[in-house]
Design a protein around this ligand. Structure first.
Ligand code: ADP
Ligand code: MG
Length: 702
């Protein structure tokens, strides 16, 4: 057996050659035999049955119908020129239309003859119609000939490929040649015991059937098998890395719970922890006693109380003689963390320092010294923390906020700040569905805070159309007059010619008119302001000097003003679900009942409507993220874009969740029973090289 064969450059396939290879590479990214084999059909054309004209409704995919030609005529001039043919069968009549290749097709059509037409049924002026159907003379022999290929694969192609005869049919031919030559070399990649348990077909059979299915049930089996393979090897790779990681990276042991932790818990913590917070703390405590570096993701909705959990874990580290830090993606966020931690502990108890891009050189110098001497135990900051100049005496615990904005590389940089790498807690306030987390962060342990602190009043969410704007103003007034503060968020800063959307510039005018000085004051924050102007405006709002904060989505994360109890989002239909949820999370932070008002135009798309309905219906970030996943597909979920992990050919993390869970379980089972992959039944897993595309790379591990 020679797996090398699948790495053969595509030009060496019979019928390809240099010129075609060139366009295949450029247009479809097909460089090797393996690439071509994995250029799967995007649909199958059902030639298993003939339809009748009466059945041909526009909901059907491509269908074939046997018809007789009644008439044909060429209509129109130049651009409107078209060939129209009337056809019929024993159930009705239908119109066929061509807009290109008119002359040639017209010549080949003979009135009175029977034809097989094949195309997508449509309606035109209420009448059955088919545009640009494939058409051929009907003959029983021709029908018999297609008999052995009932589901015809259709392959994606491009205009540039067509001059090389590489339309769907042309590609199909190449794949047939390839399979004929190499099918015998396609080796199994998944252990037999799993195939048997899950009733999956073999790999060779799957490849043959996904391209040329004998029938629908064979096709389904092929797709199932190949999807599983894809998901299985992603999980295999992730869990293998995780296992290697635990073998490779020692971790400091936090053996004692000491005076910082206890003092804080007994005398400083202003509330009872929720059960979820306690559970997560316990998980972290366990992690930090194993002598292995912790790598844990903490997911929790906005306001679920992640910060306290982070702080208490840090106190635990400090009790054991280590320094700690929190790294946030933006200066605003770093500031927020700094402030919320300062609120929980005073400088007498423990000094907390802030390090960002705008920290003065003088302060920096002092900071650097205190870090090197070990006097400073808690540092909060931005990327500035990972600069080489910043050296700790003994960094033992790192909190990273908002994971998806930091790359793995940056995470690793923090590890290197110590001989024994610090434990890492990654926090994200963007809940993502379980299956996505399993894939994106499959190599981390995951903790979830799925419970809000007691006594929180759920935010009430309301959807209003633009025509109800007066109601909105009235509501704002009442809340402000009660002493509350209000955010108003706009999708755009300035008027746009292309988009008919509310913008901040107009919004400021409207608000200034409705809420005049001196009684009302307005803060303005948007992305085109300088950091110091932004900060100035934020501070005015935080201090309560202004009642209304007019902003773009720059206020999406981190801003914490407990007295702000109303969030108004203009053109809410234009925002994604996770963004709406984040924005809403800016309110509901104090004791007062909070509200979120989603303003929208009357023109709502289907998805836009579902988004707004979802927001009105639930406050639960995990539930919202599931719906987001269903609406947008995994590739568009915030934080997933850069991740090649989601580059799946067949499986879909939105619709194949169950299969993913099964794949994960299988891999877990294997590593639990046989972590070194020494059992004969698992040898196959040592042989194949597994890319994240599902073990479909054909080279061997060297
Ligand atoms: P997150 O970072 O998850 O968005 P925070 O940690 O900022 O949430 O907490 C939000 C607010 O809730 C803070 O004011 C915090 O002091 C408070 N809080 C946290 N845990 C509890 C709790 N168990 N009971 C009451 N309030 C809590
Ligand atoms: Mg927070």
């Amino acid at each position: 057996m020679n797996q090398q064969i699948f790495q053969t450059p595509i030009e060496y396939l019979k019928g390809v050659g240099v010129a075609r290879a060139d366009v295949l590479k450029k247009e479809l990214g097909i460089f090797t035999f393996a690439d071509l084999l994995r250029h799967f059909p995007y649909k199958y054309i059902d030639r298993t049955r003939f339809y009748k004209i009466r059945e041909a409704n526009p909901d059907l995919p491509h269908v074939q119908i046997i018809v007789r030609l009644k008439s044909k005529e060429i209509l129109g001039e130049k651009h409107t020129k078209r060939l129209i043919a009337q056809v019929y069968d024993d159930t009705g009549t239908m119109e066929l239309a061509w807009f290109q290749g008119i002359k040639w097709i017209e010549k080949s059509l003979i009135v009175g003859k029977a034809y097989v037409v094949f195309g997508k049924p449509g309606l035109f002026n209420g009448k059955a119609q088919m545009a640009h159907p494939e058409i051929e003379l009907y003959s029983p022999e021709a029908i018999k000939k297609q008999g052995n290929l009932k589901l015809q694969p259709a392959y994606s192609s491009t205009e540039k490929l067509k001059p090389f005869s590489l339309d769907s049919k042309g590609i199909q031919k190449l794949i047939a040649i390839l399979l004929e030559q190499t099918a015998k070399d396609i080796e199994e990649s998944i252990p037999q015991h799993l195939l048997q348990k899950l009733r999956l077909i073999g790999r060779r059979e799957a490849y043959m059937n996904i391209h040329f299915p004998a029938d629908t049930s064979h096709l389904n089996l092929a797709v199932d098998r190949l999807k599983f393979e894809e998901l299985f090897f992603i999980q295999f790779k992730l869990l293998k890395n995780k296992l290697l990681h635990t073998l490779k990276f020692k971790g400091n042991i936090f053996g004692t719970v000491g005076s910082y932790f206890n003092e804080f818990y007994k005398n400083k913590l202003p509330f009872d922890l929720t059960n979820a917070q306690k559970r997560v703390l316990k998980e972290i405590r366990q992690d930090t006693q194993r002598g292995i570096q912790m790598n844990r993701l903490l997911q929790g909705d906005v306001g679920s109380g992640k910060t306290v959990v982070a702080l208490m874990s840090m106190l635990l580290a400090i009790d054991n003689g280590f320094q700690t830090c929190i790294m946030a993606p933006t200066e605003i966020l770093a500031n927020q963390h700094y402030q919320s931690i300062e609120q929980l502990i005073d400088d007498e108890f423990l000094e907390v320092a802030l390090l960002t891009g705008s920290t003065s050189a003088k302060k920096r110098k002092v900071l650097h010294q205190k870090l090197e001497s070990g006097d400073l135990k808690i540092l909060i900051g931005t990327h500035a923390l990972i600069e080489d100049k910043v050296q700790f005496k003994n960094l033992g615990f790192v909190v990273i906020d908002e994971q998806h904005r930091f790359g793995v590389e940056q995470r690793a940089k923090l590890w290197r700040k110590n001989i024994i790498p610090p434990h890492v807690l990654v926090m994200t306030a963007t809940p993502i569905p379980r299956t996505l987390a399993m894939t994106l962060y499959g190599d981390l342990d995951v903790s979830v805070i799925d419970e809000l602190p007691a006594g929180r009043k759920p935010i009430e969410t309301l959807h209003l159309y633009d025509s109800h704007r007066l109601r909105m103003f009235g509501f704002m007034k009442r809340e402000i007059d009660k002493g509350r503060q209000v955010y108003v968020v706009y999708p755009l800063i300035k008027e746009s010619e292309k988009l008919d959307l509310k913008n901040l510039t107009d919004g400021i005018e409207v608000m200034a008119r409705e809420f005049p000085l001196p009684q009302y004051r307005i803060s303005i924050v948007h992305g085109q302001m300088s950091a110091s102007d932004k900060d100035f405006e934020m501070q005015r709002f935080i201090k309560g000097e202004t009642q209304i904060m007019v902003a773009t989505t720059v206020i999406e994360v981190g801003v914490n003003v407990p007295n702000a109890s109303v969030m108004i989002i203009e053109n809410a239909e234009r925002f994604g679900l996770s963004q709406l949820h984040q924005l809403r999370g800016r309110v509901g932070r104090g004791a007062e009942q909070s509200y979120c008002i989603l303003m929208s135009s009357h023109k709502l798309s289907h998805d836009g409507k579902i988004r707004l309905e979802t927001m009105v219906k639930t406050n639960n970030g995990f539930e919202i993220s599931e719906i987001d996943l269903q609406l947008r597909g995994p590739g568009n979920i915030e934080g997933t874009q850069q991740s090649g992990v989601l580059d799946l050919k067949l499986a879909n993390l939105a619709t194949d969740q169950q299969l993913l869970m099964i794949a994960r379980k299988c891999v877990e089972g294997i590593f639990e029973k046989d972590p070194q992959l020494q059992l004969p039944e698992n040898q196959i897993l040592n042989q194949t090289s597994h890319t994240h595309n599902g073990g479909l790379s054909w080279d061997k591990i060297s």
